[in-house]
Ligand binder design. Sequence first.
Ligand code: PMP
Length: 418
Amino acid sequence: MAELSPALKQATPVLAARGEGIYLYDEQDRRYLDFTAGIGVTSTGHCHPRVVEAAQRQVATLIHGQYTTVMHRPLLELTERLGEVLPEGLDRLFYVNSGSEAVEAAVRLARQATGRQNIVALQGGFHGRTMGAGALTTSGTKVRAGIGPMMPGVVFTPFPEPYRHRCGEDEAVRYALAEFDQLLVTTSAPRDTAAIIVEPVLGEGGYLPAPPEFLTGLRERADRHGILLIVDEVQTGVGRTGRFWGHDHAGIRPDILITAKGLASGFPISAIAAPDALMSQAWPGSQGGTYGGNAVAAAAAIATLDVVRDEKLVDNAAEQGQRLRDGLRSIAAGQPLIGEVRGLGLMVANEFTAADGTPDAATAARAHAAAAERGLLLLTCGPHGNVVRMIPPLIVTGDQIDEALRLWDEAVGAAVTG
Ligand code: PMP
């Protein structure tokens, strides 16, 4: 009998039978509050009626029109709609299927457009598991250990980590920017450096928001040296952080933006956006693939953008994220093992730290499991696995946040005594 590969290890014990809004139901119809949102994918919740309707209509009309062979209306319409929300000037789009593939496309474009090879990535960053995106990934060794050598031409620079280094945010930013400056004079000269790629909130690496001064500092240096700034909005985009794009918090403009996950509420589609001057450096046939820009996924993405706009989900993410962090902070105040609660919008983290200051993955794992037992699905992250993160769909209500907080309070209590 065939079985699934052990590489597919589930973070929760749930066999999902159906999803509705913020809830998942198992085969016994037990209900779970889904604060994983499929790792930030189900932005409009599970099976939002408008997304379902748009996808069903498209399935019955045209499922697949291979985009280097024929063009189809949903992809043209999605491009127009994204044009309304993308940063000024990033008006050329290219589509693939996943976050990793979009990262690959961004790297290809950066190398094509600059004629330079090196890509600078942030220590602790996550950009995917393909050999190129994986080469940029250091949120833990599981993506690379025993698998390398990965794509060459990647160098790393530190991300500001005030909590880990027990210092103020200003100091952490000064240190990280000084290290980047140093990298450019010791390791990767500007003439060899095509791009720097950054997540507005370090995602898999531990839910660490990039301080705005860090992103403006990178933008300044990129401008000075002709280096492209690639912003990976795979997890932070489409309202997740309480602004439409995560980098909006810093008021910077990327040269290349990557979006995926929440874009189509669960259908596989991703995109890179760049100005024409850059995108026109990518010659036909150098990017893309058979399923890129699938018509059903594009229709679902258009419906997702409609729902995000009509239900004011960006504002909701900001408001409910604040409510969630406030509640978590009062729980953490009575639990010394939760060293920090942080996040932006509905990307929220609880970092578990033992009394001696070391990462406490064991208590985090117990709290995560105790929450699942109580019907609250969460995920861990961070290189040590000691961060429990909460990423509910953007439609979450205040009552649902309060319900999750009640369950989390109980779960943490059980984890600490257990
Ligand atoms: N970039 C970021 C910031 C991500 O969080 C992820 C997925 N967790 C990826 C890229 C890779 O996306 P995918 O799994 O769709 O390839």
